[in-house]
Design a binder for this molecule. Sequence first.
Ligand SMILES: [Fe+2]
Ligand SMILES: [Fe+2]
Length: 270
Amino acid sequence: MKARDYAIAIVTGDTLAAKLVPPPPPEALELEDDQPELRLAAPGRPAALAIVSGRDARVPPLAGMRDPAQRARILHALANHELQAIELFAWALLAYPAAAAPYRRGLVAILADEQRHFALYAARLAALSTTFGDHPVTGHFWNKLDHLRTPLEFACAMGLTFEHANLDFAGDYAAAARACGDIATAEALEQVHADEIRHVHFGWVWMRRLAGEAVDPWDAYNANVRPPLGPHRARGARLDRDARRRAGIDESFIDRLDAITAKRPSGEPR
Ligand SMILES: [Fe+2]
Ligand SMILES: [Fe+2]
């Protein structure tokens, strides 16, 4: 199967099941793509998962974990992040047909992880009598296509901003779930956190390679993200330094990120 055909089916599929079809094994997937760049402007979606504005899809704060109804809304929002990640890693396969084979192979592997993450959250939603689609969903990642012009910008926006911040968020949510006795939810979040370390590593390695190993990583990152993204969006209020070390991020980059105030998408400090 051609990676291109697989990716088109994932992005344009208009059922949830279509988004969750795992990629074929590496030996059955033809990564090479000599077609022009294809930048799909929006995903196919079933009606219940139509993208709405953030104003219409509020997510409870971390403290909401204690209340099962609010916990379900938090998990619903996290599942929506996974759905968008699935779509955007497929989008990237189409947008960067000429990227290096190992880069494209990495996109496929991460896409499969995001599908597993979605399934983990969907199982926890089911345990809380919620189905994905019961609440409105935003297009947080889809709204940033203009930040993803090149494989380098994609590595900086997805790997080193959104997934980077999730090193903090997933850890905080896991601790909150454990504190209120929902061990299964905590374990799902801990699995996501562990995988996210590898995803951030992918972003880091490719940012270094594509920007040039001679370029200071902090400068490379800042040169390839634009407002509203940037270092203040690459972290939570609490910085998980250990997870970043394990992702291969260098100490000087972590120190500089530590000195930045985390901001919400609204621009408010966290
Ligand atoms: Fe994920
Ligand atoms: Fe990820």
